[in-house]
Write a protein that binds this ligand. Structure first.
Ligand code: MLT
Length: 240
């Protein structure tokens, strides 16, 4: 009997119940932009991140000492919040030691849907660290793509293809998941230039219409790498 562990890819937060097994490690990805924001915020010194589901819940923290409240809906920042959902909010900003309360359209929902599992978050900023951690841990893995409002998006499966390729190349994993197979095919089709390959994707076009192309470039090909792995501990993301 092979001791290889299994990898699956779930394409949307809403489909997670089809994959949930109560024991796999779940890697949540929302590469444009929630998990890239989470990686960047921790890298810049944020101490704790509280992902919440509603704007009202996030605003309950607005006046609390040491809290930053950040919200995005349909890629747009929300009035009354300190930040939207750009990684650039946190770079060279006054965030060291702060608690970030974050609610986004899809990414924080994916984290919530998987909360009964061990949940870590991944982006292209910490992908190598996440892969090394999973290989060391050697458990079954579900890569949970956030998607967009319950439907498939292109960028998260491509990331899933990137992470799955790293895990499979270790020789310690195997998969018979068609979503994973498709994700790797998409990654191969991108031929190393994700920004170009995603030119006509829905979310890149949505961000472009909001003059946020720099966010897309940063998230798809970050100029920095981090070894920080955010892990869900109760209702908070902390540094593993
Ligand atoms: C999401 O939650 O779908 C994304 O984070 C949206 C965004 O920030 O553009």
């Amino acid at each position: 009997m092979s001791d290889k562990k299994n990898i699956q890819v779930c394409f949307t937060a809403d489909q997670f119940s089809k994959y949930s097994d109560g024991k796999s490690t779940v890697v949540v990805v929302d590469v444009l932009r929630a998990t890239s924001v989470i990686s960047t915020a921790f890298m810049e010194g944020v101490k704790v991140i509280i992902p919440v589901q509603t704007l009202e819940e996030a605003l309950e923290y607005k006046e609390k000492e040491g809290c930053i409240v950040a919200a995005e809906r349909n890629a747009k920042p929300i009035e009354g919040f300190d930040y939207g959902n750009s990684p650039f909010h946190y770079i060279n900003a006054d965030v060291v030691g702060k608690t970030l309360v974050l609610t986004t359209t899809n990414g924080t929902k994916a984290i919530y849907n998987a909360k009964e599992h061990k949940v870590i978050t991944a982006s292209y900023i910490n992908i190598e660290a996440v892969a090394n951690h999973l290989i060391d841990e050697h458990h079954d893995v579900i890569i949970l793509c956030s998607g967009w409002k319950g439907v498939f998006n292109l960028e998260d499966p491509i990331f899933a293809g990137s992470l799955a390729t790293l895990l499979l190349s270790s020789g310690k994993y195997d998969s018979n998941c068609d979503s994973l197979f498709a994700s790797r095919q998409l990654l191969n089709n991108a031929n190393g230039d994700l920004f170009k390959y995603l030119s006509d994707s829905s979310h890149r076009r949505r961000l472009k219409s909001l003059n946020m192309e720099d966010d897309t470039r940063f998230c798809l090909a970050p100029p920095v790498k981090s070894t920080i792995i955010p892990i869900l501990n109760g209702d908070k993301l902390v540094v593993l």
